[in-house]
Design a protein around this ligand. Sequence first.
Ligand SMILES: [Mg+2]
Length: 118
Amino acid sequence: MKKILVVDDEENVRLLYKEELEEEGYKVELAEGGQEALERLDKSRPDLVTLDLKMPGMGGLEVLRKIRDQDKELPVVICTAYGDYKRDLTTWASDAYVVKSSDLRELKEVIKELLEKE
Ligand SMILES: [Mg+2]
């Protein structure tokens, strides 16, 4: 079973993603911030990460840089409400970019594609 690490500072988002992604048959782990995400990455070796950009403390871009320092291959999907980041060069280090919505169809499709690519 593929394991997904969901990183988001908002509890309602974490719970929504967990519920919907578990329905898709994934094992889901949650982290509410960058530090926790990096610790979990080490411990539980997820197959894919969904990453919120706007979080207090360590923001998503910093988390992404740290993930890439350790692992160039791990699929990372940036999830954010902020469309402007799409033009930010640093998000190129992610594999996909999804604008947040309560409808997770786009996110699920992107995840499926990335995991099938392996
Ligand atoms: Mg946030």
